[in-house]
Design a protein around this ligand. Sequence first.
Ligand SMILES: *Cc1c(COP(=O)(O)O)cnc(C)c1O
Length: 384
Amino acid sequence: MNSKIWLSSPHMGGKEIDFINDAFDGNWLAPLGPNVDGLESDLQTFVGNNVHIGALSSGTAALHLGLILLGVQAGDEVICQSMTFSASANPIVYLGATPVFIDSEPETWNMSPRFLEEAIVGRMAKGKKPKAIIPVHLYGMPANMREIMTIADKFGIPVLEDAAEALGSSINGKMCGSFGEIAVLSFNGNKIITTSGGGALVSGKKEYVDKARFLATQARDPAPHYQHSHIGYNYRMSNICAGIGRGQMIVLPERIAQRRAIYQKYSEKLSSWPGISFVTEPQGYFSNRWLTTIVIDPEQSGGINRETLRCQFEKDNIESRPLWKPMHMQPIFKGTPFYGDGTAERFFENGLCLPSGSNLTDAEMTRIFNVLDAVWQNASVKAQ
Ligand SMILES: *Cc1c(COP(=O)(O)O)cnc(C)c1O
């Protein structure tokens, strides 16, 4: 059996272990410590000096706290992009609120501004003004933030930007994570950089980040004994995990360049193949290309669909994966309000994420290309 090729696996730079050793030498094994402060400041330098950063235990924790900071309560409605990972939507339900799902636009595959506006107007007509809007920068491609922010401002609804997959992506030089009232990052094991598990809450408003840190450390009031006037959480990042993150921040620009180079290789090989298309960067957009994704149109590919290809990859021990199944199609969200025209559904039916790790070797790329060649050759032979 060939060795496994992963969709996206952790890729250490080498310096991570030094930061972890520092933590051991200083006995900073309890949560918090110099690596956490260091990671927050590295991230701030990277995302922009106009933002503040609180390192947390996960991106999901950051979304949960973000919604709390925006005042979301039981019975409220929160607008969320439908095509995304479930972690974008679950924290809405943690709070007893209801998600309202929005379809994708064809250009970026992210939240459709048109259906966003339609949903806000529709919910308001029903007497419920949504409390927040959660757009997502899927696979690293920025959402249409210019139009989304314009609509959000027009109705006075705050944006909670899910930038979990988009560290290093930008629009006209403005970094993803700096558009929303609050944004979240993730450093889960499969993301562009990892702390083995972790996330961050980002905001231009220091009060939000201070409050997030307070809630994330069990909401202790200032007193010698344990005194609480809020419900707290155990959501802070450990100093060990942050040490991994500090090492990863050193190689982040290199990781982005590597992911983009992988996209480039796929795109050079496959762009002209019948039935294959990619999501391309609109003018001014920069994607970190966390994952390279394709859409296969079986009517043009000689009958090949994404399952044909995924199963052939699997036979060769190569991991690929359908795009995120939209939330409005998930059993758990059956009956939840949805505004759209079937765009995300079509992407899900026909889309596939290709192996995109920054540590892919040339030999592994060749194995991947061999499978693609074989599948398409087979189809054209049958078609003749
Ligand atoms: C990974 C991810 C999250 C959750 O981050 P965790 O750190 O795994 O909790 C949220 N939203 C999106 C879009 C993600 O890809």
